[in-house]
Design a protein. Structure first.
Length: 196
């Protein structure tokens, strides 16, 4: 007998048909051809999920007691309501595209990145008129919400870009695929057993 949880998982993560895959690829190409579809003008100073802010410090633990610190623009990953209702929120760093391209030096990877088919990266074409940028989901940091709210209120951190409705759904799709895609079929986990 199938456990209810298993059937729920099947409902949440239905298989994607070949037709759907082709539609998704076609939609992604539209963003590359018409990058302006991803963005909208900033209507207010409220920070929404997917908004880009400047500048914030990102910390990465490299080894025991050793950290790397970088000041970069960032994208709000947490849900908008979490930003005002939670103690900690999540922000992903944003790198200039040329930095990522030079770091990986793999033409195939760079082309896939520009097609937005790399799971842990979100390519932002023409995010600034002179440059393309990349959101790195694998570098997400937590930040005190109070600190961010105060910094924005005091103009120490500024909102510099908002995603359009299309861009926001694209962002959610990328984030969902990165964090919640199904595992490879060769990964076997034990089914839980009930303890009496």
């Amino acid at each position: 007998m199938e456990i209810r949880f298993e059937s729920l998982i099947k409902e949440l993560f239905p298989s994607i048909t070949e037709s759907t895959k082709e539609q998704i690829k076609s939609a992604i190409k539209q963003f590359n051809v018409h990058p302006q579809l991803l963005y909208q003008s900033i209507s207010d100073e409220t920070i929404y999920q997917g908004d880009i802010i400047k500048e914030i410090q990102f910390v990465t633990l490299i080894s025991y007691n050793k950290y790397s610190k970088k000041t970069l623009s960032g994208m709000l990953i947490s849900n908008t309501c979490d930003y005002v209702n939670r103690e900690l929120i999540l922000i992903a760093p944003i790198y200039p595209f040329n930095y990522i391209k030079d770091r990986y030096k793999n033409r195939s990877f760079v082309e896939s990145l520009k097609m937005n088919t790399i799971y842990d990266k979100f390519y932002l074409p023409n995010y600034k008129k002179d440059n393309d940028y990349v959101v790195d989901f694998s570098g997400i940091n937590s930040v005190k919400a109070d600190y961010l709210l105060d910094s924005i209120k005091n103009n120490k951190i500024t909102k510099i870009m908002s995603l359009s409705q299309y861009g926001f759904y694209f962002f959610l799709t990328k984030l969902t695929v990165y964090l919640m895609r199904r595992e490879a079929p060769n990964i076997i986990r034990e089914k839980p057993t009930l303890i009496n």
